[in-house]
Design a protein around this ligand. Structure first.
Ligand code: SF4
Ligand code: SF4
Length: 197
């Protein structure tokens, strides 16, 4: 059966659902932030987790393009940290930041295959490590990686470009030719093997 919606309409629907997904992520994070308030030292200007070379789903890059076109005409931050940092260490596209940036700082959990077993692994930014060890936290006190990534991939497919990810630095097209990306990731943003967003 032919879908009556054209591709452009489907893209816009997917984009609107992205906004809703980000809002629902924020709401869920708010609950976890309240629960872990005593240990979380995240604050404006703390940017050690804002790594250079982060890549995001193209549909999330599109949100930044649509909401912050003027920022994309500014100069990117120097290599070594996220290109969207301003000189004070704050995010210039905070309202449109991608999923990975919305959950950073919380205790994180994910599942991995190890031999014949699937094991749950956990981490937290080292600056937020003081307090009960993450291994001792209840499952519902952790942000589980995986489900939101799957929802984003599904939205991305409906957006019409299923495999594309964009480097945040590459959104600053005018400066692309003037400097390469380099420098280590400075924070514990995600399981190391994922390499970022
Ligand atoms: S986009 Fe994400 S990584 Fe980049 S400055 Fe904003 S919060 Fe940090
Ligand atoms: S996650 Fe860590 S580096 Fe990032 S804002 Fe929070 S305390 Fe700072």
């Amino acid at each position: 059966m032919t879908d009556p919606r054209d591709a452009g309409e489907e893209r816009e629907l997917a984009y609107r659902e992205l906004l809703e997904l980000h809002a629902s992520i924020d709401a869920a994070c708010e609950g976890l932030v309240g629960r872990h308030r005593a240990r979380l030292v995240c604050e404006r200007g703390c940017s050690a987790c804002c790594c250079d070379e982060l890549t995001v789903f193209e549909i999330e890059a599109e949100r930044i393009r649509r909401q912050y076109p003027a920022v994309l005409g500014e100069e990117p931050a120097p290599a070594g940290g996220c290109a969207f940092l301003d000189p004070s260490g704050s995010c210039r596209v905070y309202g449109a930041r991608p999923y990975v940036c919305r959950t950073q700082g919380l205790p994180l959990a994910w599942f991995e295959q190890r031999g014949d077993s699937v094991v749950q692994l956990r981490t937290i930014c080292e600056l937020n490590a003081a307090g009960p060890p993450v291994e001792e936290l209840e499952d519902d006190a952790l942000w589980l990686l995986g489900p939101c990534e799957e929802r984003l991939a599904a939205l991305q497919a409906r957006f019409g470009i299923p495999d594309k990810r964009s480097a945040l630095r590459d959104l600053f097209r005018p400066w692309e030719a003037e400097g390469g990306r380099q420098g280590p990731c400075m924070g514990t943003r995600r399981p190391p093997e994922e390499g970022g967003a």
